[in-house]
Structure formats: C-alpha cells, structure tokens
Design a binder for this molecule. Structure first.
Ligand code: ADE
Ligand code: ZN
Length: 343
C-alpha cells in the first residue's frame, strides 16, 4: 500500500449528496440577508450569534425561520455561489444540494427564477473551479401532502438540466407515508432520481415503509437500519445508497459522539454508504470536515475515503457522462500516487 500522505486526509477528492442549500448560510450571512430585507429573525440566534435550537423540532422551526431571509433570486445566486466556491477550495468535485421551493415561493419568487438562480451560480462555480453541482428539488414532509404534490408537479412541469432529483425532508414522523407516494410517483415518471429522509428520527419500520413505498434509490440518513439485520439485507438487495450525515446525527442527539456513530457498522455490513454534512452552517461542519472527523474517529484509511466518494459518484443524480468524468478524476488521483485503489 502506498504511504498515506497528510494531503490524502486534508484534501481528498470528495463528493456530497446530502446538503440543504438553505442550511449552508452562516449565521452572519443570514443576519445580513435579514437586514437586506428588513425582517427580524433575531429569535433564531443565541447570545453568541449562533443558530439556536434544543430539539429536532426546534431545529426545523429555526431552519424554516432563517430560510425566510433568503427570498430573492439574487440571494439564492449568492448563497449557491458561496457554497460551491467554498467546497471547491476544500477538494470537493461534485455536490448536490436540496433546494426547497416552498421556502422561496412564500415570498413571490417563481419556481423558474429560483432554479435559474441556483443553476447559474453552479455553472459559474463550475467554470471557475471545475466543481459540478446538481439540484434535488425537495418537499418538506411537515408542510403536508398537498405541498409535496405541488413540488413534484413543479419539478415535472418545468424541467431543467440541473434539476436531477426529487426528495423529501422535514419531520419524518409527520403524516402517513402512503399519502406521499403519489408525489414520488410523479417525480419518478418525470425521470428524476429519488431520495427521502428516513431512518433518522424514526427506526427501521419507518425506513422500511419509506423505501418500499416510495421506491427510492437513496435514503437520507437511514442510519437506524443498523438496528435491524433483515432490513440491512433488504437494502443491500435493492442496492440502496445511504446519505449518512454523522455530525448532524450527533447534533440532533441521535448518538452521543462521532466515535459512537454506526458509520463503521454500516460500511462493514456492506451497505453503499456516503458521507455528507446535511446542514453545515447549523452544525459547524462541512463535508470536507466530515471526512476528516470520521477518518480520525473511526481510523478510516485514504482508500476508505476514496470509496465513500466513489459510492457518492455511483449514486449521484447526474448523467452517465458526468459520472464517468468524475470517476476519471478520482482515478487520476490514484494514478498520481495519492492513494491505492480501494480493495
Ligand atoms: N431539513 C434540514 N435538515 C434536516 C434533517 N436533518 N432532517 C430532516 N429534515 C431536514
Ligand atoms: Zn437532510
């Protein structure tokens, strides 16, 4: 095995599949946007100016409140460009973001203007740095079934080359899963990749229901699968990919520390696992930090990290040609002697 260099850990080639665009806005930038639009979101911050929440429900409420400060195409352009520039500087070659039209549409922005703004910023960042971006249009489960259907129809009726996925975030415990199935059916028929937040707050039963009902190829979180061997076997059979976000899980209180997170167990079980930040401005960790933290906590090798990135590229909601180019970039890294191929 080639000797692992510091660079392998500090600047590995990274791909991210699970990150909420509205949650990439740092508290100081949220205050700046709120001032721009003369709105008061001061209740979202603690005395040190950081985002403030004490439970998962409070986190979702603060997230919704802060998203109200992002209300024009220019705002979306700026936050997207910032996010992609930052990631590219940290070794990220591909990143999908969840974009929630419900948050933007509240303030009169059209779906088309929202998507154009985000896609324009991604295009500019790609031209400057090579980082590739794609959009997962996302509904929020606790906004209800009608909202989920509306978001799926918007994505279907106004296709855009950069909108390649449909997802559902929010409170996993809200509503009845079968009611949301038609939204996923619409998105699937429109040719979009599908992912759903599940197996985060609720356990295997919810995860099983979500996977088999919505027929997704990826699950947001899904870590609670570790509690049920037969579920793991079913997930492996279906070739499902997990978008694992350890720091988010620890911040929300699912696990006491990164060290006690089931990431290694999920990898060892043979599941397709990727590593992601979820809400970087809330949890203080971007995807590059996430790679470093988990490498340190679990003794992951450079090959392990590369395998996580390759799993993300394999499961990415982008076309074959883009995947092939990303894979070539990862292989070039090996040829350059940065790391051995994953066994
Ligand atoms: N929206 C943003 N972050 C989320 C999370 N961790 N779970 C569910 N919905 C979310
Ligand atoms: Zn999420």
């Amino acid at each position: 095995m080639a000797e692992q260099t510091k660079d392998d850990f500090e600047n590995p080639s990274i791909a991210e599949l699970h990150c909420h665009l509205e949650a990439t806005v740092e508290p100081a930038d949220a205050r700046r946007l709120a001032a721009r639009h003369k709105i008061d979101i001061s209740g979202a911050f603690d005395e040190n100016g950081a985002y403030k929440w004490r439970s998962f429900e409070e986190f979702l409420a603060v997230y919704d409140a802060v998203s109200a400060a992002i209300r024009t195409p220019q705002d979306y352009y700026e936050i997207t460009y910032e996010h992609y520039r930052r990631l590219a500087a940290k070794g990220v070659i591909y990143a999908e973001v969840f974009v929630s039209p419900a948050h933007a549409l509240r303030f009169g922005m059209s779906y088309g203007a929202l998507i154009d703004a985000v896609a324009d910023a991604m295009g500019k960042a790609e031209a400057q740095t090579g980082i590739v971006g794609r959009i997962i249009v996302t509904c929020v489960r606790h906004f209800g079934v009608e909202h989920a259907l509306e978001v799926a129809k918007m994505a279907r009726d106004a296709p855009h080359a950069f909108v390649t996925g449909f997802g559902m975030a929010g409170d996993e415990a809200f509503g009845d899963a079968p009611d949301y199935k038609p939204a996923f059916d619409i998105a699937r028929e429109a040719g979009l990749g599908l992912t759903v937040h599940a197996g985060e707050i609720l356990g295997p039963e919810s995860l099983r229901q979500a996977i088999f009902l919505f027929d997704v190829s990826r699950v947001g979180h899904g870590v609670r699968a570790v509690e049920d061997e037969s579920l793991i076997a079913e997930m492996k059979d279906r070739g499902l990919t997990l978008e694992v976000c350890p720091t988010s899980n620890v911040a929300i209180g699912l696990y006491p520390s990164i060290k006690s997170h089931p990431l290694p167990a999920l990898m060892k079980a043979g599941l397709k696992v990727t590593l992601n930040s979820d809400d970087p401005a809330y949890f203080g960790v971007d995807v590059a930090d996430e790679y470093a933290l988990n490498a340190a906590a679990h003794g992951l090798t450079a090959q392990d990290l590369l395998a996580l990135t390759q799993a993300a590229v394999d499961a990415a909601f982008c076309d074959r040609e883009t995947k092939a180019k990303l894979t070539t970039r990862l292989q070039a890294r090996q040829v350059m002697g940065k790391t051995d191929p994953y066994p």
